[in-house]
Ligand binder design. Sequence first.
Ligand code: ADP
Length: 591
Amino acid sequence: MKFRTRLFLFYIIGVGLMTFLWAAYFVNFEENRVRTSWHEHELIQAKLVAAYFTDVAQFKDAVQVSRTVARIARVADGRITVVDAQGKVLGDSSEDYSKLPNHSDRPEIKEALLGMVGSSSRFSATLKKRLIYVAYPLRLHGEIVGVIRIAKQQSTLDHLLLRLRVVIISGIMVTAFLALAFGGFMMRRLTEPVLDLKLLALRISKGDLSGRVRCFGDDELADLGLAFNNMAEKLSASFAVIEDEKRKLEVILENLVNGILVIDGEQKIILANPAARDILGLNLKNIQGRPVLEVVLNHHLLELIQEVNIARQAFESELSLYYPHQKQIQVFLAPLKGDQGNLVGSIVVLNDVTQLRRLERIRQDFVANVSHELRTPITSVKAMTETLIGGAWQDQEMLERYLKAIDQESDRLANLINDLLELAKLDSRVEVTDEPFDMADLIGEVQERFITLNHDTVHFTMDLAAEKLPLVDANRDRVKQVLINLLDNAFKYTPAGGQVKISTWQEEERIKVAVADNGIGIPQADLGRIFERFYRVDKARSRDKGGTGLGLSIVKHIVESYGGKIEVESSLHQGSVFTFSLPIQNKLETN
Ligand code: ADP
């Protein structure tokens, strides 16, 4: 039931009860008052009639008494009866007194004859009506000589009382009705703010904080309304802040490279950011709320999550993932604790360290390789010098052979150190300025040195584009290094009588250069690894030719630093073709 209806119902019951009690009391009070005054009125009339009789002699003439009472009765509106001390009727205003019986048995007469004011209400056998009687003793010289009786119709009094009741009850009813109407109106006015508050509270509970209540006046309800409005205002401000913080956190989590996985106390996933989904290969759409056991398929990670729940303290670990890709993941796990320090879940931070670990391994391999490469020439130089010092220097032939060998080893060491320095420069990404240059010019400059060195053994040709090609947008010295390394390899691995050819052409926005030879070629199995540092197909042959195993890795490094690509095609004993591309100068830049 509505609050307003219930209140109104209580009010109706209250007003009804009050009206009833008030009406009952008032009717009763008024009836008593009217009855009393009626009685007094009759008594006064009786006394007035009694005052008329001043002498006992007047009683002697009954006819005269009858006439007198009849005359008075016309004015007094009632029946007047006069009886003597024995109850004999001396006169009656309504009947012929002579026909009336002795009245000494009438209760009111009896009382009056005893000296009291007698009264009774009963049915009159004479008039066939119910009458109200009042009898007053008539005293003359201190002696009761008769009784004056006044009788009025009960119906007149009843009628009067009925009218009185009707007037009182209808008056009270009208008042009650007005009270109800006014009460209803007031209740409506008073409950309206309460209903407003109720509606606002409902809207707030549904998350709509835009509503406000109207506040009138300065009573408690208005204060309550104001307090409610303030509360809604503060709530909406707080929500805006929370929403803002939430959005920021979401953006951070969305863009974080680290995977974040939050798990609740029931081992269900509360949150998994895109990085976590990516690292763990979680393709399921709605993983929120799903058990971690169903979603994460890696046993090791599940064990770690269990471990953090048992240990209740943060720790770090590393695991290998094989699905969807092979990855090395660093995992930080921490328990999530509630206000009372109870465990409410756990948080897992996943860091993809695959690349880091790979680089670490490469670095370790590189250090091992460098040490190894340096140790070999140094050991042989040391061995040869020790032999010479030991006396071999006296042997002219040995002296010459050893010195040549020491010279060769020194060259190898110098080459190695030069290549290592070159690589270190490239790795440290030292900025070099790019001056656009003509590739044909550079090829012309580089080829001269090879032709003079090998003109008698290997046939060298150049196949340059007929038209002038656009300038290459790169550092000339670095590209020169690329050409030297490729040509050096081509001449090194091509036996006497072979051919080396260099060609250049334009392909879209790039200049392409190919260094081809018909030398020893590279086995298919090694093709994928020849660009690695220190990788050599045939170590002994490379060393004999003064190779370091770093030439192609320097080439790849330089070409790729310009967004270019180096490719190789080779067949064993048939030759190899190394092709690389470089960007041309942007036409807009030249203008
Ligand atoms: P290196 O100093 O040993 O030549 P590179 O990095 O320049 O080192 O080359 C790596 C390896 O690739 C060489 O050891 C060689 O086995 C092979 N290779 C490179 N160029 C050629 C080529 N034109 N013909 C045959 N093999 C080659």
